[in-house]
Every structure is written in structure tokens, then in C-alpha cells.
Design a protein around this ligand. Sequence first.
Ligand SMILES: Cc1cc2nc3c(=O)[nH]c(=O)nc-3n(C[C@H](O)[C@H](O)[C@H](O)COP(=O)(O)OP(=O)(O)OC[C@H]3O[C@@H](n4cnc5c(N)ncnc54)[C@H](O)[C@@H]3O)c2cc1C
Ligand code: FES
Length: 281
Amino acid sequence: MFKIISKKILSSNIKSFEISAPDIAKNAKAGQFVILRLHEKGERIPLTIAGTDAVNGTIRIIFQEAGKTTTELGTLNEGQYIRDVLGPLGHPTEIKNCGTIVAVAGGVGTAEVLPVIKSLLKAGNKVITIVGARNKDLLILEDELKENSSQLLIATDDGSYGVKGFVTNILADVISKEKINIVYAIGPVPMMKAVSNMTKEHNIETLVSLNPIMVDGTGMCGACRVRVNGKIKFACVDGPEFDAHKVNWDELVSRLSLFKKYEAESFENFKHNPECKCHKE
Ligand SMILES: Cc1cc2nc3c(=O)[nH]c(=O)nc-3n(C[C@H](O)[C@H](O)[C@H](O)COP(=O)(O)OP(=O)(O)OC[C@H]3O[C@@H](n4cnc5c(N)ncnc54)[C@H](O)[C@@H]3O)c2cc1C
Ligand code: FES
């Protein structure tokens, strides 16, 4: 059992938890994730380790209430427990000093990019962070991003804050002005795909953190398979980071929607009877 030490509400549907998990806190590195299960009949969902505090033995997760399990997670409060938290899982991001890095993040990907830019800045890179949100109210972690970037650039779809438009509008401008060594992109698949298409044209190495459906997180079930450079990879053990220019994006999109009907059904059941732990996951 893993105790929730603190809970913060970052936006209307994004929450941040500090969870007591001393072993994970001691070993986790940027880019890794945990798989958690809320109760015995709960489904297993992956969430990025957004921060660690090895001294206090806590890890931070930041999640968007996207469906049944994340919404149920959001109902928990300080002092309550999560049944299982497994990790750290996945390969850490390779942190080296390679010059100018651009990190592009959208939506809750903003939380996932935070530990990566923190480590890259510490390693001596110039880190230009570009974040996008639908509107100002959905923008999260601005101060922490600023603190851990050489430069922070913000785009909102409706222009309520920063530049009006998409992160790719800002990226195009940065590409025209800077010599970029690597681009990292973390966020919704359409955003990562658009970044990848743009950087491919300019021949800029680009890494993306993929988010396929995961179950065991240990390479056994095959749920998270993605095609990279024509070969099958398991994102949980071979990733989650991959060379963006080699990812089969169409297959990823199609696999992500495989269980939409069941996810919607499960969420509806949960909304009607949140206390019931036996409805379909
Ligand atoms: C390595 C990795 C790290 C992630 N980190 C974060 C994070 O830090 N914060 C965050 O908000 N989200 C993160 N996600 C996505 C998160 O796992 C899904 O939003 C969550 O599983 C949705 O579950 P649900 O029951 O609430 O919603 P559902 O209604 O069940 O699903 C909503 C959508 O989420 C995806 N999804 C559903 N089940 C899974 C699953 N078992 N594994 C992966 N995706 C699933 C599908 O695309 C689905 O259509 C990460 C995903 C991966 C693979
Ligand atoms: S989640 Fe089962 S193989 Fe990756």
C-alpha cells in the first residue's frame, strides 16, 4: 500500500500527488514511469514519474482525468492509499551534454517533460521549452518549467496566453533561429507526429515518449507493442522513448482506440456507481 502524502489540483482535470514510495524514489530517473492499481479489481495504468524526493522517500505523479481509473484516482485524498505502485519502469532518458535542446510538450505531457528538462539543464544543455495548452486555465507548472529551462515559450490554441496557435508554430520559429541538436516531444500523438514531421524536414534528431496501452509493464503481455523502423518494439521495456522519425504513427493511433467502447462503458458504470469495485475495467 502506498500512502498519498499530498494532493494538489493543477487545473480543472489535472492533479498532482506526492506518494510515499521510498524504493522507487531512490532508483527512478527522468523518463521512467510507474504502473499503478487502485484496488484488487482495478486496471493497471502507467503514469510518468514527474519527480522524486529520495530524502523523504516520495515520488510525484501528475495525471489528467481521462477516464475511469484516472478519475477514480483523482477522488483519493491525502492520507489515503493506492494499492500497488510498480516501478521505476522503462528506460531512463539518456542525459548528456549535447548543446541546444528543444523540449516540446502539450497537455499533460507538460508534467512528463519536467523531469527530462530538469536533468538536461543540469547536464549543461541550453534547454528551450515549448509548451502548449488549449487555453490559459489548462496550462500547468509554468513556474517550474521556467525554473528548469533556459527559455520558456508558451502557445495556447485560443490565444488566451502566450502565442496564439500550436507548439509547432513556435517550433518553426525556433528552428529558423537556432542550431538545434535534439528535439524531445511529449504529449498527445497528433502533436508528437506533427513535431516529428517538421523536424524530419530539417534533419533534426527527435525523440518522443510513446503512450500505447500498457498492462503489465514488463514486456510479457505485448499490449504496448509499437512499430519502430519496421520492427515490433514493446514500449514498456524498449522505450518509452523512441526515434520519432521511425515510429509508425498510424498504427499507434489505431491501437490506442482499440478499447474505446469498453473504456467508455467502464467510465459510465463508474459515474453511476463510484463505490462499486466490480464493474468492468
Ligand atoms: C509510459 C506512459 C506514461 C504515461 N504518463 C502519464 C502521465 O504522467 N499523466 C497522465 O495523465 N497520463 C499518462 N499516461 C496516459 C495514462 O496512462 C492514461 O491516460 C490512463 O491509462 C487512462 O486510463 P483511464 O481508465 O482513466 O481512461 P480510459 O477511458 O480507460 O482511457 C482513456 C485513454 O487513455 C489510454 N489508456 C487507457 N488505458 C490505458 C493503459 N492501461 N495504458 C496506457 N494508456 C491507456 C487510451 O488511449 C484511452 O483511450 C501515460 C501513458 C504511458 C504509456
Ligand atoms: S505492457 Fe505488456 S508488454 Fe509492455
